[in-house]
Design a protein around this ligand. Structure first.
Ligand SMILES: [Zn+2]
Length: 369
């Protein structure tokens, strides 16, 4: 459903377009990209535009807090859409919300929310998800749940190992909750150290879950989501390490495996780490290419340089960008100390997003919605 006032779409028509393309023999998934600041949003939207692909822009609880709340993130994303005259369908989604954050985002004009109650037993998870669906559905806001637990670090939660989703219970989860999308734990993990290729078991879980949706006639209304799907490009890791970083064993999901998951029924693919790596690499190279520039900018660039120098493994931009005036990140950095580096960041994000949208098979799907 389109929210005309804001030009934002719920995820449902986007994911349905990917499903219809897949049923038509052209497997497709919609990319979901995490944002923290304005230039990142602008870069993502320009990438979607370039590929003609609809897309999901998502912000976690932490990203909302970083930008001063859900209403600020929404204003930032709408501003970025307006600034690049974006006419392609975009959903604004809360990533990994709890009940409180999901409710706040529904109230503040997000077009989609995730309620992640996957740490609770299944029946409690279903109840928590259902409560959010009841609040979201009347407003045309789509809801994503999570079933099973991914390994890795997500915000402040760390899981050592994966607790796999049981494919037989996926249609049941949708039936009981009415959720639009479901992240299933199938073997990917959060963060830059994914450490393993996706096994045959992983693809089997996707395949069986999707077959269940089809068997129950749910597949055009309910969709599977892949978290922890960054490819962690090794050239970015090398660039970060070349310019003073020290990322060890950083490894993502190979693109062929993501495509295999899409061909098996995944319709939303989350990307966060890849963009973080590109932003970090750009900042690191910028300081090396412009020696001493931080001395001209004691309030903005100097604190960023200091955090990067002290944290060679850092990849979350909020770890270094949080030290500066947050207002600088909610608007175009023209005329600010960040202007030059943001001008370098934007085209890299745009190129990476456009490449991923093409690889995910959703380039050109914007005109189908
Ligand atoms: Zn996730």
């Amino acid at each position: 459903m389109s929210n005309k006032a804001s030009n934002l779409f719920s995820m449902t028509p986007l994911l349905k377009a990917a499903e219809l393309s897949s049923l038509d023999g052209k497997p497709a998934a919609i990319g979901a990209f995490n944002v923290n600041f304005y230039t990142q949003a602008l870069g993502i939207i320009e990438g979607l535009k370039k590929a003609g692909g609809p897309g999901i822009i998502q912000a976690s609880k932490g990203a909302n807090k970083f930008q001063g709340g859900a209403e600020h993130i929404k204003a930032m994303v709408l501003q970025a859409m307006q600034d690049c005259q974006c006419t392609i369908p975009v959903a604004l989604h809360l990533d990994h919300g709890n009940s409180e954050a999901a409710s706040a985002c529904i109230e503040n004009g997000f077009s989609s929310v995730m309620i992640d109650a996957s740490h609770s037993p299944l029946e409690e998870n279903i109840q928590a998800t259902l409560e959010i669906v009841k609040k979201a559905a009347p407003k045309g806001v789509s809801v994503e749940g999570e079933y099973g637990m991914l390994a890795g670090v997500e915000e402040d939660i760390i899981h050592e190992t994966t607790t796999y989703a049981n494919p037989m219970l996926v249609p049941y989860f949708f039936d009981e909750t009415g959720a639009d999308a479901l992240a299933i734990a199938y073997g990917t993990s959060h963060g830059p150290n994914k450490g393993q290729n996706l096994s045959g078991l992983a693809i089997h879980i996707v395949d069986q879950s999707y077959k269940g949706l089809k068997a129950y006639g749910q597949n055009e209304k309910h969709f599977l989501v892949s978290h922890g799907s960054s490819t962690v490009p090794q050239d970015l890791v090398a660039e970060i390490n070349q310019y003073g970083g020290n990322l060890k064993a950083a490894r993502g999901v190979p693109m062929e495996k993501i495509k295999e998951a899409i061909a098996s029924g995944m319709r939303k693919v989350n990307i966060d780490t890849d963009l973080r790596l590109g932003i970090t690499a750009t900042f690191r190279k910028y300081f090396i290419d412009n020696p001493g520039i931080e001395n001209d900018s004691p309030n903005v660039l100097a604190p960023i340089k200091k955090v990067l120098d002290e944290n060679p493994g850092t990849i979350d931009p909020r770890d270094y960008l949080k030290v500066i005036d947050i207002k600088l990140l909610r608007k175009d950095p023209a005329g600010t100390d960040l202007e030059d580096v943001m001008a370098l960041i934007k085209p890299r994000i745009t190129a990476h997003v456009a490449m991923l949208v093409k690889e995910f098979g959703s380039a050109g799907l914007a005109s189908h919605i």
